[in-house]
Design a protein around this ligand. Structure first.
Ligand code: KIV
Length: 290
């Protein structure tokens, strides 16, 4: 699938935002936390399509093209099978649909772990194909050298510690992390290593709250929590989860709407009208001109 199309701006469907806004930058996100203090928490949501990006953009500081798209969009059992090509296609769509937020694209499993050179090849492919400003990768201290390597070569990196879903086969599931002293120590050490390596922000996922707070206090860059703590420097959720698209969601998700219910009711109305022939009506049909 080609990812090189430009945003078509001549129709309102392609470009419903009336005034294109100036896009935030990675340094602006990084300096939202200065000397350990974050004024306004960072707002991040996942986005996978151009239309979704258009709707989220003005409300968010960061749009994350998460590899969670494997489960949310493609119905895959985990994020492990997600490919670079999937991330590039969806990343490009999200960049085309946004003007304001910093777009960060997840590096999929297998595209960066082997070496820092492999990581640069994959990350440069993603930023070239999508126009995104940064990439995100999972893992702590073992990834620090890679984070520094990418950063020094022009690719800002967001880290991701705690529950790292790409490691599901090692972790054995998606349970919260940091319940034992050893685990807690590892998570704090991981975050510090990424911070020292130059990560501009770090996602803390599925971690018991005191450890999330300790990590937030221990690192200079902003932390973005998901299943972590309101004391993190920002928050992220999978958009479809918070919109109520799925019946089953993790404990840390707050459903702000029941979009699945709205879609179900709307489609039921459509189906009924098709079956009783009340759709299409005169309003939706073409008649010959006199
Ligand atoms: O893939 C993703 O959506 C993520 C967020 C849940 C942080 O990594």
């Amino acid at each position: 699938m080609s990812t090189t199309f430009q945003l078509e701006t001549t129709t309102s469907r392609a470009n419903p935002t009336p005034r294109p806004m100036k896009r935030l930058t990675v340094p602006k996100i990084r300096t939202r936390k200065t000397d350990g203090v974050t004024g306004e928490p960072l707002v991040m949501l996942t986005a996978y399509t151009a239309r979704q990006a258009q709707l989220l953009d003005q409300h968010c500081d960061i749009l994350l093209v998460g590899d969670s798209l494997g489960q949310v969009i493609y119905g895959l059992p985990s994020t492990v099978p997600v490919t670079l090509e999937m991330m590039a296609a969806h990343g490009a769509a999200v960049v085309r649909g946004s003007y304001h937020a910093v777009v960060v694209v997840d590096m999929p499993f297998g595209s960066y772990e082997a070496s820092k050179e492999q990581a640069f090849e994959s990350a440069s492919y993603l930023v070239k194909q999508t126009g995104a400003a940064a990439v995100k990768l999972e893992g702590g201290a073992p990834m620090a050298e890679t984070v520094a390597f990418l950063n020094q070569r022009g690719i800002p990196v967001m880290g991701h510690v705690g529950l790292t879903p790409q490691a599901v086969n090692v972790l054995g599931g998606y349970a919260a992390r940091g319940r034992t002293d050893a685990e807690a120590e590892t998570i704090v050490g991981d975050a510090k290593a990424l911070d020292d390596a130059g990560a501009f922000a770090i996602v803390i996922e599925g971690v018991v709250e005191p450890i999330a707070i300790e990590v937030t206090r221990s690192v200079a860059c902003p932390t973005i929590g998901i299943g972590a703590s309101s004391q993190c420097d920002g928050q992220v959720l999978v958009t479809e989860d918070m919109l109520g698209m799925f019946e089953r969601v993790p404990k840390f998700v707050k459903k702000y709407e029941d979009i699945a219910g709205i879609i179900g009711n709307t489609v039921a109305s459509y189906a009924e009208e098709v079956r009783n022939r009340s759709f299409p009506s005169a309003d939706q049909t073409y008649q010959p001109k006199d």
